[in-house]
Structures are given as C-alpha cells and as structure tokens.
Design a protein around this ligand. Structure first.
Ligand code: NAP
Ligand code: ZN
Ligand code: ZN
Length: 364
C-alpha cells in the first residue's frame, strides 16, 4: 500500500507551481509517518524550482522547513510516538559512515546526502518535500520540536534557523563579538535573533532602508543601509564576523573591507559567484568561508536553544495555493520575514478531491 499525497509541484524551470499528487512509501520499521502542518518557504526553493543551480529534477515538490505531528511509527522506532511535534529539515538520509556522518555533520556527507526534495533515494525514487500533506522519514533524520514553540513559527527553524545558528557557534560567536548580518530576509532575521541571544553586538546591513525599524525590533543594535556607498568607508574594519545571507548576485569585496584584522565573512547565500580580490583578505588576514545548514545533532541543539530562549521566526502564513505570489514577493525582498504554508485549507480541499482518508482533524 502507498500513501497518496496531495502537493504543489513545479513541472519545469519556467512554469508556476500547481496542484499535483504522488505516492509516499508505507512506513518501514525505522520510519516515522508525519502529517505536515506547516512548511516554511526558503529562497533555496526558488533557486531549485528555477534550476538556478543546474541540478533540478521535475516534477519537483519543494519544501524543507517541515513541521507536523507523528501519525504512526514503524516497529523499530524508539524516539517518537504518535502525537509528537516533529520537524524535518533539508535532508532525510546520508551514508552514515563517512567522516562527516560519523562526526554528526551529515550535511557534509561525501557519499550519500539525500536532500528532502529533488534527491535520488537508494531505491532510485526521487524525494518530494514539504509543499505536501504528509511525509515518511527515517527516525534518525527527524527532529523534536519543543512543546513551548508555536509550530507555524517554528517551521523556518528547520533551515533558516540552523543555517544561521551553526556558523555562529562554529566560528565562536560570544558576548561582545561584533557580528554583521548582510540581508534581512528569512536567514538574516534568524541570524539577528541568534546573535543577539548569544550576547553579540549585532548590526544589520541591508539594501532596503525601510527595514531599519524591524532590524532593531528583531534585536539588532545598529542598522546600515548599504544603498549608500560611503558606508563601506565609514564602517571599514568594524566587524569580527559577517554572515552574508544575500540571495542575489552582488560584489563581495566591499563587505570584506568591513572586516577587522582576522575577521571572517561566512557565505550562506547561494547566488552565482562573484570574483573575490586578494588584497582585502591578505592584508588583514581576513577569511572568507561558507557554511551549509547543520547536522542533526546541532539542529536538535538549535531547536532546544529556541525552546529555552523563546526564539521563533517572524512569519506570514499562506495557503499552499498562494505559493507563486509568495515567490514573486521574495524576489522583491518583500517578506517579513518568512512565508509559511499552512497545509490545512489546501489539504482538506485536495484530500476531498483525491478521496484519500482525512486523519487531519483528529490530530490538530
Ligand atoms: P530571502 O528571505 O529571500 O532573503 C534574502 C535577502 O537578501 C533579502 O531579504 C534582501 O535583504 C537580500 N537581497 C536580495 N536581493 C538583493 C540584492 N539584489 N542586493 C542585495 N541584497 C539583496 O532568502 P533566504 O531564504 O534568507 O535565503 C538567502 C540565501 O541563502 C539564498 O541564496 C538561499 O538559497 C541561501 N540558503 C543557504 C543555505 C545554506 O545552507 N548555506 C540554507 C538556506 C538558504 P535586504 O532587503 O535586507 O537587503
Ligand atoms: Zn532552505
Ligand atoms: Zn556520509
């Protein structure tokens, strides 16, 4: 038996997302069957849907900021029970044996990182993500969402949250660290919240001057509008650590000049490459790094940190049918600060159409 699953899918790099349905596998002994309640909308979904990284497969069901409730568990599952609040992030399996997997940094798996959508599973099937109503995932790749957090606003933690938490931790952000956050979108606003909670001195650098008030409300101490070129001179050498979350092509070199001696800029955004000059790096021993999401252990640590500090995303909830408009608004940097799909209204309509059974109302 398989699980008929209503979803929204892209069928090519240029088409709009539209209703579609597919079969999920029946849960195996180690699997958790999850009814999806909410799914955040990440800018990576747009890059993927539009094949900007030349690795997309269609039909594509995006979505890797998934939260929901456990419906049932396989016979060997020990960590979860029906009714638990859970999350699924950007990957749903890995090789489990390479050095990265052994170190709990599965996101850097060299042999078999399986993305939540658009990946090829061991049996040759293609994975489908969270713009859908249910998912079946091995328990080792499922996260526990603290009960104190609202599920809709917790969804973006599964990607935007861990992607910003991980480099702050890895590169030693601590009280007093001067952190710059470039781009105040989904990732950027989570970076501000985490850096502030870690005691850092936080500055937002944004090409949208109107976001200054929000930056302060989100926890930033300072705001720099980067549409005024002179700010790169007046703030030269100011930062210890910059997280660059910009989704569009831009010149990295002025931002490198904002770093102090031994400062580091971490690229989180994934636009097309731009050339990097040697001089700003060499003369002040600055570093340019990248960072990819985070491993399962650290993602759980991040969720627990959010539970302890009351941190969630600022969201605008949408029905799945509004996904194409949401993409258009994100392309204009017009999101405050994460769209989250509420799967329920669409789910009910689609399930009624497809005739599949409706377990939804009993668990919400
Ligand atoms: P988002 O919500 O759309 O935010 C991106 C922000 O970038 C915008 O809000 C805007 O901030 C800034 N921006 C956009 N266009 C710009 C331009 N032309 N010039 C300067 N700034 C511009 O996107 P997101 O979901 O946070 O994702 C951001 C990037 O991170 C994407 O490329 C995504 O694929 C990538 N990502 C990477 C990882 C990872 O593991 N490394 C994980 C998730 C996402 P302002 O208006 O404040 O300037
Ligand atoms: Zn993402
Ligand atoms: Zn591995």
């Amino acid at each position: 038996m398989s699980l008929r699953t209503p979803a929204y899918a892209a069928h090519s790099a240029t088409s709009q997302l539209e209703p579609w349905s597919f079969d999920r596998r029946e849960p195996g002994p180690n699997d958790v069957h999850i009814d999806i309640l909410y799914c955040g909308v990440c800018h990576s979904d747009i890059h993927f849907v539009r094949n900007e990284w030349n690795m997309s497969r269609y039909p594509m069901v995006p979505g890797h900021e998934i939260v929901g409730k456990v419906v049932r568990t396989g016979s060997a599952v020990t960590k979860f029970r029906p009714g638990d609040s859970v999350g699924v992030g950007c990957f749903v399996d890995s090789c489990r044996s390479c050095a990265a997997c052994q170190a709990g940094e599965e996101q850097y798996c060299t042999k078999g990182l399986l993305f939540t959508y658009g990946g090829e599973d061991k049996d040759g099937s293609i994975t489908y993500g969270g713009y859908s109503t249910q998912i079946v995932v091995d328990e080792n790749y499922v996260l526990r969402v603290p009960d104190s957090l609202p599920l809709d606003a917790a969804a973006p933690l599964l990607c935007a949250g861990i992607t910003t938490y991980s480099p702050l931790r890895h590169f030693g952000a601590k009280p007093g660290t001067k952190v710059g956050v470039v781009g105040l979108g989904g990732l950027g606003h989570m970076a501000v919240k985490f850096a502030r909670a870690m005691g850092c001195e936080v500055t937002v650098l944004s090409h949208s001057p109107s976001k200054g008030v929000d930056a302060q409300r989100l926890g930033a101490h300072y705001f720099i509008a980067t549409d005024e070129p002179s700010v790169f001179d007046s703030h030269a050498g100011s930062f210890d650590l910059i997280l660059n979350t910009v989704s569009a092509e831009h010149d990295l070199n002025p931002y490198l000049g904002l770093l102090g001696w031994d400062g580091r800029m971490v690229l989180l955004g994934l636009p097309n490459p731009t050339p990097v000059a040697a001089f700003p790096l060499v003369f002040r021993r600055r570093s340019l790094s990248g960072s990819l999401i985070g491993g399962i252990r650290e993602t759980q640590e991040m969720l627990d940190f959010c539970g302890a500090h009351g941190i969630v995303s600022d969201i605008e909830t949408i029905p799945m049918s509004a996904i194409n408009e949401a993409y258009e608004r994100m392309m204009k940097s017009d999101v405050r600060y994460r769209f989250v799909i509420d799967s329920q209204p669409q789910e009910l309509t689609l399930r009624a159409q497809s005739g599949s059974r409706n377990r939804w109302t009993s668990i919400r």
